[in-house]
Write a protein that binds this ligand. Structure first.
Ligand SMILES: Cc1cc2nc3c(=O)[nH]c(=O)nc-3n(C[C@H](O)[C@H](O)[C@H](O)COP(=O)(O)OP(=O)(O)OC[C@H]3O[C@@H](n4cnc5c(N)ncnc54)[C@H](O)[C@@H]3O)c2cc1C
Length: 482
């Protein structure tokens, strides 16, 4: 039998980063992956492929909005969706090479096969011909991710009714697409397909899209969706799908009906736990196939950790990576990174992007904390106008006492990049006065921070906050101790 200090199951973001972290601490690490290629949902079925399609859709909508006279773009009637993911092959291929090289450099040994517990300290790796290899280990990191949920009432034939994996294999760009579920994946695909010229319907049970976002942000997103021609059916469910020769008839819970060429069911995800034989380790999963862990990503069996989508919220590659690293740091008794940062940015790659970090007005009201809002519309930003994407806004939420930055909420071009500046200022305990006094490149989208901060400062001034009236000294560079 083989012996390792750590066995990691799954090579998505949680597994990759967890394995490299454990190897960095000098441990002997094995990583087991059932697929021929590493990277999990992030590189192969979710994040990167959907963003590759989005880049094409974005380029088409940008070309339309940049007033480039004489340039006409349209999607040909014969092109397939995989063909529209122009750079997917290149990016995914580079991700595969990067992940393999990083694991090899770190000294992580890779095994191909389906991993399961033989006992709490033994992982069995089974390959296609049925043969298996047992590996004995001190520590286990479960990072097996999730797959699209398939509610029993829908027949996923992947010809008319698709999930968020198979939708990327569409052999034509449909005339119309009904998306059941207005979560992140549903909203991203809605705006992508709308930009490709598809008539999109969203059918969602909630009163507004992504209700956990800052309310203004979610309402602005809905307005922009409506302007893009997306039909939103809210506070309603699809009760029946009837597949016809050319279209699918969708019956809604109030009895009304709509007809769409294709249907995408974006109804959440379930954990990949079935193959793991968790009982042999003394573990069990929830109904959704997720595992319960503590703040260190430790399960109730002390040497077994779990990270990434398998532990549920927030189900993002960005967080999964950090969870894997924190899990291994704790498991191996190291001090470096004891917890995942509380400042979790959310990036939603709709067109335009939506991104948030920190507190919203709603969360501060719930906490009973006072706040001041500073906001600037991006149609007043020169760079946004130059690129023909002068939509949305940047909104800062700050403490009225001293201007401490508490939250950043943005909808507009490159929102997911823009939010990082605010996130850094928040992490270092900074205030909105940093933005009013900093020199920003011009024209840039980042400069919007200055005008949002001016807006907050004038409100503070009207509230009589000392220091809001005169300029507040801000260090030229952030202090080393911060
Ligand atoms: C359409 C879509 C778009 C997304 N967009 C974004 C985005 O823009 N930004 C973002 O941060 N996140 C995004 N995500 C989420 C992101 O993809 C996931 O959060 C991330 O991939 C989770 O990483 P993970 O390591 O937990 O699991 P995964 O990436 O799912 O990897 C799990 C790995 O485990 C392997 N495995 C499973 N069971 C076994 C077993 N028994 N033995 C061996 N191997 C096994 C699988 O083959 C897989 O390779 C998106 C997801 C989807 C579906």
């Amino acid at each position: 039998m083989l012996h390792y200090d750590v066995v990691v199951i799954g090579s998505g973001p949680a597994g990759e980063h967890g394995a490299v972290q454990a190897a960095f601490y000098g441990k002997r690490v094995a990583l087991v992956e059932k697929e021929a290629v590493p990277g999990g949902a992030s590189a192969n079925t979710g994040t990167i492929p959907s963003k590759a399609l989005r880049e094409t859709a974005l380029a088409i909508s940008q070309a339309r909005s940049r007033d480039a006279h004489g340039v006409k773009l349209h999607v040909s009637g014969t092109v397939t969706v995989p063909e529209l993911m122009g750079r997917r092959g290149l990016v995914t291929g580079r991700e595969h090479s990067r992940i393999r090289a990083r694991l090899i450099d770190a000294g992580v040994e890779m095994f191909r096969g389906v991993a399961s517990f033989a006992d709490p300290h033994t992982i069995r790796v089974t390959i296609a011909d049925g043969s298996s290899q047992d590996i004995r280990t001190e520590v286990v990191l479960l990072a097996t991710g999730t797959r699209p949920a398939h509610p029993a009432q829908y027949n996923f034939d992947h010809q008319h009714v698709y999930d968020s994996d198979s939708i990327l294999m569409l052999d034509t760009v449909p005339r119309s697409l009904a998306i059941l579920g207005g979560g992140v994946a549903g909203c991203e695909y809605a705006s992508i397909f709308a930009a490709l010229g598809v008539h999109v319907y969203i059918i969602d049970s909630k009163e507004r899209l992504l209700p956990w976002l800052d309310t203004e942000l979610s309402l602005a997103m809905q307005d922009l969706f409506a302007m893009a021609g997306i039909d939103m059916y809210q506070r309603i469910r699809a009760s029946r799908l009837e597949v016809g020769d050319r279209d699918v008839l969708v019956t809604l819970s109030d009895g009304s009906r709509l007809v769409s060429e294709k249907v995408l069911v974006a109804a959440g995800r379930v954990g990949n736990v079935e193959a793991l034989n968790l009982e042999a380790a003394g573990l069990s999963a929830t109904e959704k196939g997720t595992l319960a862990v503590d703040a260190h990503y430790q399960t109730k069996i002390p040497h077994v950790y779990a990270a990434g989508d398998l532990v549920g919220f927030p189900g993002l590659a960005s967080t999964a990576m950090e969870q894997g690293r924190v899990a291994m740091t704790h498991a191996l008794g190291k001090k470096y990174q004891q917890k995942v940062s509380d400042l979790l940015p959310v990036g939603i790659y709709t067109i335009p992007e939506v991104s948030s970090v920190g507190d919203s007005e709603e969360s501060l009201r719930k906490k009973g904390l006072p706040y001041v809002v500073g906001k600037t519309p991006l149609n007043e930003n020169a760079r946004a106008n130059l690129i023909g994407e002068a939509v949305g806004f940047l909104k800062l939420v700050a403490s009225p006492k001293d201007g401490e930055l508490l939250g950043v909420h943005c909808i507009g071009p490159h929102a997911s990049e823009l939010v990082h500046l605010g996130s850094a200022v928040m992490a270092l305990g900074g205030t909105i006065h940093y933005f009013t006094q900093a020199v920003f490149n011009y024209p840039t989208l980042g400069e919007a921070y200055k005008y949002a901060a001016y807006d907050a400062r004038s409100k503070m001034k009207r509230m009589g906050v000392p220091g809001a009236q005169a300029s507040v000294p801000v260090p030229a560079a952030l202090p080393k101790s911060a």
